[in-house]
Write a protein that binds this ligand. Structure first.
Ligand SMILES: *Cc1c(COP(=O)(O)O)cnc(C)c1O
Length: 397
């Protein structure tokens, strides 16, 4: 399939990726193959099957069917230089399996202070009990991460831009420091997807996606993935099998269905978000807009250097005001739902309070902050909705 050719455009790649004829059998998108039991003709066949490599071979439902293999291979094809991809029932399951595949008791993990909160909780809760020490670092640390690496440091986890606050990390510099000391690098690449940031090509060992967001794209499926280099794939796969991880064929099928339009959607999400972010910058009620494509966002220069374009999720900080004013802004928005997650076709707005989470760099802001997921509605309508919200915020002050 043409999807494997990384020189082709993004639209072409997402349309073609993973559609092997033996998996699609003439159907355009690989259909749902549901299975737990796979039947063998003879005892000898059953024995031979168990003793051989089951990659891309029907063996038992937990190891997948062509439905999951097709989506996994599609995601691998979008990450030039990657070996393979494992699918998980959620993004958090992908994060935890990736970390468990590289860490052992006694190891040390360096975790960006800006990571997704459940990733943080997994490290400070489960990994701590498992005997792994986590040290948080300033997401803007860049090459100075070298000073934090000790003989016990086994892995560095990045997320760029960071959840809620959108700091862009210097991934090439951190990767170089890690490689110099034999440290494994993991990246939560959910915001950019491999289309805007080809993580493996940039030297990352394990690239993680909450497919729940842009891959699925319709706010109706939980799904995660980890794409690995050849060096890390076998350990990732073995760990994920040991944990009993498997994504349902129905969910994988919906993921593949979403993927086919991801390039188109991402472009629209990004362009609309940028238009709205720029408009917000002109409003007197807004102190700062934290979208990596704007110069006011920490790491904007790195974004310009490393990313292929903007995505549709960002935050803005209000100038002064309080909790009640922020609620007045958000509560009566007509086109923005109030809810967690993002990456779907519809817009969302939530209050964010990084000061409750951060430990390395205290969050300092001129007022309360709001995170927006820009959906596929017309930007002019979203702007009018937000303008009315900012009027309510001003009236509440
Ligand atoms: C949502 C999200 C996750 C977790 O994904 P789920 O599918 O909701 O478990 C992980 N990382 C980031 C950056 C996310 O936004």
């Amino acid at each position: 399939m043409s999807g494997s050719d990384s020189k082709k455009g993004d639209g072409t790649r997402v349309v073609g990726a993973g559609r092997r004829p033996e998996w699609t059998q003439g159907i355009v998108n690989a259909p749902v193959w549901r299975a737990s039991t796979i039947l063998y003709d003879t005892v000898a066949d059953l024995r031979a099957s168990a003793g051989s490599d089951t990659h891309h071979r029907l063996f038992y439902g937990r190891r997948g069917t062509p439905t999951q293999w097709s989506l996994a291979e599609a995601l691998t094809e979008l990450e030039p230089g990657a070996e393979a991809t494992f699918l998980y029932p959620s993004g958090v399951a992908a994060v935890s399996a990736a970390l468990l595949s590289v860490l052992s008791p006694g190891d040390e993990l360096l975790l960006a202070d800006s990571v997704y909160d459940p990733t943080r909780s997994f490290a400070t809760g489960f990994l701590k009990r498992f005997g792994v020490i986590t040290r948080f670092y300033d997401p803007m640390i860049g090459a100075d991460i070298a000073e934090l690496i000790t003989d016990k440091t086994r892995a560095i986890f990045m997320e760029t831009p960071g959840s809620l606050t959108f700091e862009v990390q210097d991934v090439p510099a951190i990767v170089a420091a890690a490689k110099a000391r034999g440290v494994v690098t993991l990246l939560d690449n959910t915001w950019a997807t491999p289309l805007l940031f080809p993580a493996i090509e940039k030297g990352i060992d394990l690239s993680i996606l909450a497919c729940t967001k842009y891959v699925v794209g319709h706010s109706d499926v939980m799904l995660g993935s980890v794409t690995a280099t050849a060096e890390h794939w076998q350990q990732l796969r073995a760990t994920s099998f040991a944990l009993g991880q498997t994504a349902s064929p129905d969910d994988a099928w919906l993921g593949a269905r979403g993927l086919r339009t991801m390039a188109l959607r991402l472009k629209q999400h990004g362009e609309a978000a940028l238009e709205i972010a720029r408009w917000l910058e002109t409003r007197p009620e807004v102190a700062r807009v934290l979208h990596p494509a704007l110069p006011s966002c920490p790491g904007h220069d790195l974004f310009v250097r490393d990313f292929k374009g903007p995505a549709g999720l960002f935050s803005f900080v209000l100038r002064g005001g309080n909790e009640a004013g922020r609620a007045a802004l958000i509560d009566s928005l007509e086109l923005f739902g109030i809810g967690y997650s993002w990456g779907g076709f519809e817009s969302l707005a939530i209050p964010v309070d990084p000061d409750r989470i951060r430990t390395v760099i205290p969050w300092q802001a001129e007022g309360p902050a709001v995170r927006l997921q820009i959906g596929l509605e017309d930007p002019a309508d979203l702007i009018a909705d937000l303008a009315a919200g900012l009027d309510r915020f001003r009236a509440a002050a």
